[in-house]
Design a protein around this ligand. Structure first.
Ligand code: BJ8
Length: 419
């Protein structure tokens, strides 16, 4: 990474603390990623994007800011990127996957809380995340209690807009979500001074659909036996998707898929067990479970998570002549995301069963971040549904620390032997 200290200083960052973070990341990335064999050449771009995640990409964002663009931070796949882009703003995903930020998060939050929430709050209060420091506004959403209440704390540091996400999927809830999207459009117009026109919104719907299609293409390639890409590499691509320039990301992901398409023409059977991960998201640099599973000689072939299928499944229709038509299309697509914050949430069980078949998995690992109650409770229903289909399942509840890595490794090893 180049020298970005002046830029970080101008962003009001705590440089000393940030140095500690910057020292740890290359080591972890090298150990986990660069030690893999037979990686696709096209992963070089994603290696670079990760290496420059606090450098070159932030510099680009600062240039966009200098050209008058606003930067909007988000934490959930329910916030429609289409609206952010249609207002001429830059969107960045702020979910945080690093243990580094937990201690600072715990200064202002209770310890018995999901690490994802503690980490994103810690990233802001410690002034060590240049994405956070670049944001003109963050957009929260009423999904789980931890996030919902954490946004009240964030308000002390940065302007916050909250979208009220319905927690059921009745007709009236779809209409409520349309109203929330309209309020968000209004807010974005006020913030940026740009009118969101039908034409502009249609363009960004098409753009976001192209991004979804590129990710879907990558995931479809993983349905091959063996998968032409490791689960770790696919996870990195998904994680970079939340921060990268969208046009470049689409191009680079499609280049990767071109290379993988060549690979699957000459499959080399490897006899690896094929694993699905389902559950809570894995924000960068959370590679813990994938590295354990793949370190034991199995391959992760699909993630039913928000850093996996929930992020790209289903496109938004661009049919219609008015903003109301397009907002209805947006609401229809987003309300089909099957997060455990909904009750009931049968759609998620159907997705898991469908993926188990489509990706031909040998077993499923349920990934639950500690203190995430909605996903922890939903485990019972997933377990019952998978049992009926004789699909083996292992439940892993964990946080971002490495303390339980040995114990998880032992349990995954036993699971792989059993299936
Ligand atoms: S759509 S999964 S990104 S809310 S923060 S719910 S892990 S206790 S992230 Fe999520 Fe949107 Fe749903 Fe997806 Fe649990 Fe932690 Fe809450 Fe979390």
């Amino acid at each position: 990474m180049g020298d970005y200290r002046d830029m970080w200083k101008n962003l009001g960052m705590d440089l000393e603390k940030h140095d500690v973070l910057c020292e740890a990341l290359p080591q972890a990335f090298g150990d986990i990623y660069l030690s893999q064999e037979n990686r696709p050449d096209a992963m070089n771009y994603f290696n670079y994007a990760l290496a420059e995640v606090h450098g070159a990409r932030i510099q680009e964002i600062q240039e966009e800011k200098n050209n008058g663009k606003k930067v909007i931070g988000t934490f959930c796949v329910f916030v429609p990127d289409e609206v952010i882009l249609a207002a001429g703003a830059v969107g960045v995903g702020l979910c945080s996957g690093s243990q580094f930020w937990i201690a600072d998060g715990e200064k202002v939050l209770p310890r018995n809380l999901c690490p994802l929430v503690k980490a994103f709050v810690g990233a802001k209060v410690s002034r060590t995340c240049p994405y956070f420091q670049s944001c003109d506004m963050i957009v929260g959403e009423t999904t789980c209690d931890g996030k919902k209440k954490a946004y009240e704390i964030m308000e002390e540091y940065v302007p916050v807009h909250i979208m009220e996400l319905p927690q059921m999927k009745r007709e009236k809830n779809y209409e409520e979500w349309q109203d929330e999207i309209k309020l968000f459009i209004k807010k974005m117009e006020e913030l940026t001074g740009n009118k969101i026109t039908v034409e502009r919104l249609r363009e960004t719907i098409d753009l976001c659909n192209r991004k979804r299609r590129a990710l879907k293409r990558l995931y479809d390639l993983r349905k091959n036996t063996p998968s032409p890409i490791s689960g770790l590499d696919a996870l990195l691509v998904s994680q970079i998707a939340f921060m990268d320039d969208i046009e470049r990301f689409i191009e680079k992901t499609n280049e990767l898929c071109d290379e993988l398409e060549d690979r699957v023409k000459t499959p080399n059977a490897n006899g690896m067990k094929r694993i699905m991960i389902t559950g809570t998201p894995m924000a960068v640099p959370n590679w813990k479970l994938h590295s354990i599973i793949e370190g034991l000689g199995a391959e992760v072939v699909v993630e039913e998570t928000c850093t996996g299928t929930r992020y790209f499944e289903n496109e938004v229709s661009s049919e219609g002549d008015t903003i109301d038509d397009l907002v209805r299309n947006l609401a229809d697509r987003y309300m089909n995301i099957n997060c455990a914050c909904f009750t009931p949430n049968r759609g998620r069980i159907d997705d898991i069963l469908r993926y188990a078949e489509e990706y031909d998995v040998d077993g499923v690992i349920y990934y639950n971040l500690s203190f995430c109650h909605t996903y922890a409770i939903e485990y019972g229903k997933v377990e019952k549904a998978l049992k009926e289909k004789n699909i083996p399942l292992l439940n892993i509840e964990t946080d971002y620390s490495e303390e339980d890595a040995g114990q998880i490794k032992t349990r995954v090893e036993a699971f792989l032997e059993m299936i």
